[in-house]
Design a protein around this ligand. Sequence first.
Ligand SMILES: NC(=O)C1=CN([C@@H]2O[C@H](COP(=O)(O)OP(=O)(O)OC[C@H]3O[C@@H](n4cnc5c(N)ncnc54)[C@H](O)[C@@H]3O)[C@@H](O)[C@H]2O)C=CC1
Ligand SMILES: CC(=O)C(=O)O
Ligand SMILES: [Mg+2]
Length: 571
Amino acid sequence: MSPTQYRVALRGEELLDNPRLNKGTAFTLAERKEFGLIGRLPSRVNTLDEQCERAYAQLEGRESAIRKNSFLQSLKSQNIVLYYTLLSRHLRELIPIIYTPTEAEAISDYSHLFRRSEGLYLTFPNQDTMEEDFLEQTQGRNIDLVVVSDSEAILGIGDQGVGGIGISSAKSVIYSLIGGIDPSQALPVVLDVGTDNEDLLNDHLYVGWPNRRVRGQEYDQFVDKFVQLVRKHYPHSLLHFEDFGVTNAHRLLRRYKDTHAVFNDDIQGTGAVTLSCVMAAVGVTKSRLADQRYLIYGAGSAGLGIARQLRDAIVSTDGVERDKATALFYLIDRNGLIKQSLGEDKIREDQREWVRSDEEWAEVKENGNGEIGLLETVKKVQPTVLIGCSTHAGAFTREVIEAMAAGCERPIILPLSNPSKLVEVDPKNANDWTKGKALLATGSPFPPAKTPNGRDYIIAECNNALIYPGLGFGAMISKSRRMTDTMIIAGARRLASLAPALQDPDDALLPDFADAPQVNIEVAVAVAEQAVEEGSADVTWTKEEARARVKAAIWKPDYGVYVFDEANGLK
Ligand SMILES: NC(=O)C1=CN([C@@H]2O[C@H](COP(=O)(O)OP(=O)(O)OC[C@H]3O[C@@H](n4cnc5c(N)ncnc54)[C@H](O)[C@@H]3O)[C@@H](O)[C@H]2O)C=CC1
Ligand SMILES: CC(=O)C(=O)O
Ligand SMILES: [Mg+2]
């Protein structure tokens, strides 16, 4: 196949300084002559393979994960094609460097590591110029994807102020790496509405707006101004919300979901990937979703998203009535089991549909504050599925895990909190304490445990990054005006059907991240098919067409050949 030809308007230093167009030593001799680069580059022309070899050796020379993260961050700001090619070739090794767990460290030290800006910073006091600032970054680009965070709940590490641009950026990179979205069509955004993180407020090197978080009406107006800009200039884009505080996350999703294709990754992406994971696990135990008792520890964005997604799937798959399906769930938050007697002020609005009755718990011992803890709940409920999304490291103690294992043959245990240091239980311990019977998956990568017959038991990574790129790509490619629950469930079912554990019960509950690009094509196809079928899409395709369109639209890093065109070329 002959290389793609690109018309390029930049020359000399400007071309070398443009990460989207720069090829570094891979500019051919003809291009060097045409673009004024002869004296600006050493003479040897490298292939992309050679550049990757060199970059990988440089990366390996950096000992700590955070230094590797910084190196890759620099590479991204120099040469996009080389950056994505390197990541694609070492996917399993490098995703934990650019995403969880290492990105959490990079974000928490953002102001000290800061070298170069990335994405769009919308700061509260500059709201009068928001539209100008927005257009300054996006003009001439066809933006299909906007990833936005207000940084209030970054991974499990809380309020990180302006550093939250790091999560918008990392999530965008994953969309391109795994989901096939052209990075020039993605816009990472941080809404800098201040921070309540005292360490940042007291740090004179903090690069964000050093002010307490704006809340209430002022906050809502600021967010709304931003959402309306996205709707006005990019009506067909997908607007992805990431790591907002729990109250705002649910509110904003409800507010905008019927007017634009909005997607909250922590609620919906996590719900979808966890549904796939539990579907695979019940496939192993040869039971149904409706046969389980679910205990969810941490009823925030992720916990409530998971509960809802699982409950809705029980209704649609197993034909159980909604109330009966809801009754299969027990949720625990900061004040223990969510039950009536906690009272209105201790139960958030989005938790209300999951409240248990006091009568049911009358016999169970409460602590001095009238709360029922995890161990007591496990003993009474005998859950078959235990999910952690609490940020409470080590909450699933040996006693808890052993109590669960006493009540069921194959406990399904998913400690999903990120980064790794916040995991509710180290999967190796959960495996040992259940004598290898537990079916396990975590939110960040962990090394394999051992099965009772001495084989490696791969700990699946139940992270929304395994599914959201495909969900998003499917919605975008079919020009969907909404991201509906049915589109999300279609993607989750397709992912579950690819679970290695369904072929071999001792294998992982979800596909490996090294296979994520192929997996996400399947998810995107399922989403696009569903969008067309239900009329959410702006296209009318057959199933074959949907697959062909998805495949044809996948972006791959590629230098192509440049021709100078001052008037109409890329810049
Ligand atoms: N694996 C994955 O794909 C994902 C994992 N997560 C992880 O889940 C965790 C929670 O994330 P979000 O739901 O977005 O945060 P969130 O702040 O919305 O929810 C956390 C919830 O846990 C509760 N909580 C805190 N301490 C607790 C304790 N000691 N006992 C019981 N409940 C407690 C909080 O009150 C809150 O309701 C984070 O570590 C995050 O990284 C989140 C999204 C996706
Ligand atoms: C994975 C993710 O979205 C989180 O931990 O917040
Ligand atoms: Mg998140």
